[in-house]
Design a protein around this ligand. Sequence first.
Ligand code: G3H
Ligand code: 13P
Ligand code: ZN
Length: 311
Amino acid sequence: MLVTTKQLLTKARKHGYAVGAFNVNNLEVLQSIMAAARALSAPVIIQTSEGALEYAGLEYLKAITLVASKERIPIALHLDHGKNLDVVKECIAKGYTSVMYDGSSLPFAENLRNTKKVVGWASKKGVSVEAELGAIKGKEDLVSVSEREAFFTDPNQAVEFVAKTGIDALAIAIGTAHGPFKFEEESVLDFKRLAAIRKLVSLPLVLHGASGISHDMVTFLHKQCSVLHDCVRVAGGRGVSDANIKKAVKLGICKVNIDSDLRIAFTAGVRNALLEHTEAYDPRVILGESKKLMEQVVRQKIMLFGSKNRA
Ligand code: G3H
Ligand code: 13P
Ligand code: ZN
């Protein structure tokens, strides 16, 4: 069943759990997410970035998601980090049930103005809108953990932003980062800030950059690197701890974005399949193990977010 993120997140907010939002770039990733969602009867958000649209094409990604939506599980089709207003407009026009407009790198007034514009387009089609205030950085932004703090969401600004834009969900910056390199040491989030925002803003809040960068999965990946003597991908990566995710959900996070954990599982599966089946040249053999590993990742997230049996 295809629904809006507003529908999914309103229920999550009411009952105190979060819905997983997983990045999809191809059929295998989508099928793995759906297998986990089906098995645990959990709602999920299928999100595609601008990069995913460029890689696979909007129509292909939409078509496979529409097939998935024939299942009983409620799912939303969401644009992740839409920075280009033309792309946001296109997704709204072509049947996405939810879009994120990401104006977080713009001055406040411009972010507000553009977000308001997007809400105007989206409301005519019953499409939900997520926007970002503060900025969730990534390794590519070359800012240290302490420098990142300068970009954390200001609670009072959040009140003004929500009231003036009319968005349905707000992505906040409280210490997470995109990609595998989130923390130099332990995972630390600014829960005081989250609680302050929650007190002032009643909308569903969104946590980006929330991958856990599982030690077991990275160790498994590095076992393959040591056989191949070729690399140590994501070495030293540190994600958000499960305990921090649980606490964030308890304090009002209703949507949790996961991409890096799926990427690592995908890569580990492909490399292992190629190492174990040296004769293989069948994509089904090469990608089959990845699908199982990605399904495991999504199952673990559903349990962690408390969204099991919420379909
Ligand atoms: O937050 C970004 C997501 O991980 C998507 O990444 O833009 O490389 O597809 P991407
Ligand atoms: P991760 O890199 O932590 O998986 O974050 C993904 C994300 O926020 C997508 O919008
Ligand atoms: Zn993100």
